[in-house]
Design a protein around this ligand. Structure first.
Ligand code: FAD
Length: 608
């Protein structure tokens, strides 16, 4: 091995969805980020190696239009919208490529693939350096950074640094959780491998190997397979092929993989050769060899998220993200518990805050984490673990880490610094992160001081003034005192449409931020499941989104065009310009949307 020394501001270990969003957020805010991912592709459980689809706070079903907009914003929305437009064919490899492309484009982000973080050096309560190894090139790296962020799922970096963590299932009494076990145990959710099959125009025989398990219909009386309306579901395999939760999902991972392969081929043999489903023309196309791991370690942080926090939607002053997926528990025995349903989804009355303190170690003071390993009880984790929630937590942690570094504040001290927390929340809002109840209070946003906002036309309750309501979505799944009523968008009556922002005194202008409607009430995620995909508008931009627009400014010299955009499909657009002095008005002209016959704009920001 050749040893190299790397220096950066931040080390992000693990390139799953949480690690990628964390690294991108920090790098875009100017931090020098080193991202180590032990596999050859990014994406973790969402990658082509495992193929889970990303879900989040809007659960399994869409909300009503202009009623409840729960889909996550920010980086994960950027990723979902790009995938929807650029991957209509739903190739699993293209999510790997898209994440790689986003990382590669960031000048502040150094990506190390096939590189495993294996140890850490701690002095005086701080991680000083981590060691990573890349066996494929016989290289080792000593990585010196100021802040270390563990997004490995299993928590390898933190464990090597001696950070405290939890495992297994807590008892009801430990944290007063009604959904917890009567007695604590060491069991976890199990792991799964997926398969994909394809229908051919001729019969496709299948003979199971002798080591495959044998199943009967009785084994699957509570497990859906071959359901009509889901194209048999054979194109995406079954998430309920789950096993290993009674073992150590880390140390026994190889054994779990072998057993999952035996189970998967046994299930396939049953469906094809012994069930009532006519799968005669279907054949296996792909089978995963890397078990998707649902649960292993959870770190102990400055706060431990519990069932109570979720059920009451308790407000946290240091919120950096939100969740909303049901508390989704599974029997650890997986398919070996045929008399228990494969999952029980305890639906939540509200979406809920995730505080930064759940992502800051109770151990080393410069250790943070994001993803399934954050500080939560087993019950709270059963909701926070889904990938869109991991993504917004990742963006929140990356943002917090980058802003804290600017003023040399240690991660352990961020939450107590009210001014810094306010800046972090405002940055997240500026980058289209949603935080319950947090409005735009950015003193530098000149739209907030504008004298007048007018439009060529507007619909009832959707006046142009709404673009500075401070909020950019409608959320009703909240306790009444946390709701922010209103449509929070300007909606014109027709197209073309113009919106004009006018100031009393001329202002300087060098940046304009726009937030467009992308139908956050709908489901949208790359999925190999045909039935699930039919619930979305996949393979195209979302119809609400402004497609073609122009920005112009008025100065003493009259009106001038700044930028003209065609074929937009993104929700957040930021335009930077060489500084212009003495602007008296900004005009947004929308000439086309991607489907609707009118313009919808949620927020416009202007910076000098
Ligand atoms: C079978 C299954 C079904 C699921 N279903 C869904 C679903 O439908 N929708 C959904 O949203 N969520 C689902 N989940 C949950 C979700 O996939 C996980 O909770 C989520 O992937 C966690 O994200 P993460 O970024 O924390 O971890 P991961 O996705 O596991 O990513 C962590 C990454 O870090 C890498 N890594 C590990 N150790 C190191 C190291 N030492 N150095 C460098 N890199 C390292 C890993 O290779 C991995 O790529 C499911 C999970 C499983 C297993």
């Amino acid at each position: 091995m050749t040893t190299h020394t790397l220096e950066g501001d931040l080390l992000v270990a693990g390139g799953g969805i949480s690690g990628v969003c964390c690294a991108l957020a920090a790098a875009r805010l100017g931090a020098r980020v080193i991202l180590c991912q032990d596999r050859s592709v990014l994406g973790g459980n969402a990658s082509s190696e495992i193929r889970m689809h990303i879900v989040g706070a809007n659960g399994m079903s869409a909300g009503g239009e202009l009623q409840n907009e729960l889909r996550e914003g920010g980086l994960i929305e950027e990723i979902r919208l790009d995938l929807a437009v650029h991957n209509p064919q739903r190739s699993p490899a293209l999510i790997d490529l898209l994440l790689y492309d986003k990382c590669r484009r960031e000048p502040n982000l150094a990506l190390y693939l096939n590189t495993t973080v294996v140890s850490a050096l701690v002095e005086d309560g701080l991680i000083r350096e981590a060691r990573a190894e890349r066996p494929s090139t016989e290289d080792a790296f000593l990585i010196r950074a100021k802040t270390f962020i563990d997004c490995t799922g299993d928590g390898r970096l933190g464990v090597e640094a001696g950070a405290p963590f939890m495992r297994g299932r807590e008892s009801k009494a430990q944290f007063g959780e009604s959904l917890a076990q009567d007695e604590a145990d060491t069991k976890t959710l199990g792991s799964s491998i997926l398969f994909q099959a394809r229908k051919h125009d001729q019969p496709m025989p299948f003979t199971a190997p002798p080591w495959a398990r044998r199943f009967t219909a009785d084994d699957f009386k509570l497990r859906p397979y071959g359901q009509s309306g889901f194209d048999l579901g054979l194109e995406y395999g079954y998430w309920w092929i789950e096993w290993g939760g009674c073992l150590d999902t880390l140390k026994d991972n190889e054994r779990i993989r072998d057993e999952l392969l035996a189970i998967t081929l046994g299930v396939w043999d049953f469906v094809k050769n012994h069930s009532e489903v006519d799968a005669s023309h279907w054949a296996l196309e792909w089978i995963g060899f890397l078990p998707g791991k649902r649960e292993s370690r959870r770190f102990s942080g400055q706060h431990l998220l519990t069932e109570h926090d979720l059920l009451t939607s308790r407000p946290f002053p240091d919120a950096i993200a939100y969740g909303g997926w049901p508390i989704d528990t599974h029997p650890p025995e997986g398919v070996d518990a045929p008399n228990q349903p494969p999952c029980t989804q305890h639906h939540l009355p509200f979406i809920y805050d995730i505080p930064l303190r759940c992502c800051v170690s109770a151990g080393p003071r410069n250790l943070m984490f994001a993803g399934r390993n954050l500080s939560a009880t087993h019950i709270a984790f059963a909701s926070t673990r889904v990938m869109a929630t991991c993504a917004v937590v990742g963006q929140g942690v990356g943002t917090a880490a980058a802003l804290a570094l600017r003023q040399n504040t240690l991660p352990a001290e961020i939450a107590a610094d009210a001014q810094l927390m306010h800046a972090i929340q405002q940055q997240l809002r500026k980058d289209d992160g949603y935080l319950i109840g947090v409005s735009n209070e950015d003193p530098h946003d000149l739209v907030r001081q504008a004298a007048q906002i007018t439009a060529s036309s507007s619909q009832t309750n959707a006046s142009p003034e709404n673009i500075r309501s401070g909020h950019t979505r409608i959320v009703t799944k909240l306790p009444s005192e946390r709701q922010q009523p209103g449509l929070h968008r300007w909606m014109s009556r027709d197209l073309p449409a113009t919106l004009e922002i006018r100031w009393c005194e001329p202002v300087p202008l060098s940046e304009v931020g726009l937030v467009f409607d992308t139908g956050l009430h709908r489901l949208l995620t790359l999925s190999m499941a045909d039935g699930y995909t039919r619930k979305m508008l996949w393979g195209r931009p979302q119809p609400e989104t402004v497609r073609d627009y122009e920005l112009s400014v008025e100065t003493a010299g009259g009106w001038q065009s700044l930028v003209s955009i065609e074929n937009n499909h993104q929700r957040l657009r930021k335009h930077a310009f060489p500084p212009i002095e003495s602007v008296t008005a900004l005009r947004l002209t929308v000439t086309a949307a991607n489907g609707l016959d009118h313009a919808r704009v949620l927020e416009v920001r202007v910076y000098g």
